[in-house]
Design a protein around this ligand. Structure first.
Ligand code: NDP
Length: 340
């Protein structure tokens, strides 16, 4: 059973071969009552997994990976053996899987059957993207805490990524003016020409603050925070009075031992800014049904676009993960482990 094994905690970007590596191990296939054996098809690579590579002594909201064990993530799989009535052999499931070809899922854990998966026109990778955790992150945060109003201006960082591309399109549907920042000119083109953002800039070119001011002559009302650091600093400067920050993540801070010191926090007081952090896991339940109905129908009707970046084969997973943390992904980063 080919697997990606966690070897050591990085302090900066993880290095394939040093912090995680592909190995082939014997798989235990002895199922106990309620266990399920799955063949993994798609694996989701997400920034929060970098936090799970931390030293196990450091406390956090989510357990660290165990050294010598396969990394885990969200995925889509086919049930190949089952002692669990909820997961018949042949069903297609989504949930937490190992970075490996096959996973023995004790008690079925958090798996969920994807109904009619084999007949559907929706690609299976969507269940770790637009119809999975990143899609739910965008949808639930805007719906439950965003308080979006037509005519407002929203600025989104990492705007071409798994979450960002949806936040922008969902905000546009509600009549907001949408500005995005990204790390390449190709991504700027994508935001402007395919997703129809109102403005976009490459944060690696010129001053972030000047680019943001030029894109938002009337200031911004909401900053959808995905990266932290200098972009947060610029957003604080350009936010309007009573502006809001939806703090989703700060990916620029995940691979550096020296955090960026944001210098202009006084803006929070002066402009009475609200900063609200959230976890998708705490928001998801409340809008599960609406999410499936709304986003499912927008997708089928072609009313939203969802770009994915699919790396081929489990061997490519470590490099693809580091690439995603460095912005080499163009859209939601997925690994295709096997064909259905
Ligand atoms: P993305 O698909 O957006 O991939 C990460 C992107 O981050 C890269 O493509 C890159 O885009 C950008 N990036 C990397 N390093 C930097 C840097 N130093 N400065 C600026 N941008 C950088 O990932 P997701 O959409 O999955 O995640 C986006 C954010 O949302 C992350 O912070 C993540 O932790 C957070 N998140 C939070 C959740 C929650 O429940 N709170 C749930 C899901 C995600 P570019 O080329 O534009 O630089």
């Amino acid at each position: 059973n080919k697997s990606v094994i966690f070897l050591a905690s990085p302090t900066e970007y993880p290095v394939p071969g040093k912090h995680f590596a592909v190995e082939t191990r014997k798989l235990n296939t002895e199922l106990k009552e309620n266990d399920v054996l799955i063949r993994n098809l798609f694996l989701s690579l997400d920034p929060y997994l970098r936090g799970r590579m931390r030293d196990s002594h450091i406390e956090s909201y989510i357990p660290s990976f165990q050294i010598g064990q396969p990394m885990v993530s969200g995925g889509v799989s086919e049930v190949t053996e089952s002692k669990n009535l909820a997961f018949p052999v042949g069903s297609i499931v989504t949930g937490t899987i190992g970075w490996e070809e096959y996973t023995l899922v004790s008690g079925g854990q958090d798996l969920r059957v994807i109904p009619d998966a084999r007949e559907s026109k929706i690609p299976l990778s969507a269940y770790v993207g637009v119809l999975g955790m990143p899609g739910m992150t965008a949808y639930s945060s805007l719906k439950l805490i965003g308080q979006l109003k037509a005519g407002e201006t929203i600025f989104i960082s990492a705007a071409a990524g798994a979450v960002g591309q949806l936040v922008g399109q969902m905000a546009k549907r509600q009549g907001l003016r949408v500005i995005g920042s990204v790390g390449s000119d190709d991504k700027v083109d994508f935001l402007l020409n395919e997703l129809k953002f109102d403005a976009a800039f490459n944060y690696k070119k010129g001053s972030i603050l000047e680019n943001l001011k030029a894109a938002a002559p009337k200031g911004i009302d909401i900053y959808y925070e995905n990266v932290g650091g200098e972009q947060l600093e610029a957003a604080l400067e350009v936010l309007n009075v009573h502006g809001r920050i939806l703090a989703c993540g700060m990916v620029s801070q995940y691979n550096t031992p020296t955090p960026y010191g944001v210098k202009n926090l006084m803006n929070i007081v002066g402009k009475r800014i609200t900063i609200r952090g959230f976890f998708v896991t705490e928001l998801a339940e409340e809008c599960e049904a609406d999410f499936a109905k709304d986003v499912g129908s927008w997708l089928i009707k072609g009313e939203i676009i969802y770009r994915e970046d699919i790396a081929e084969g489990l061997d490519s997973a470590p490099e693809a993960f580091v690439g995603m943390l460095q912005g080499k992904n163009f859209g939601k980063q997925v690994v295709k482990i096997a064909d259905l």
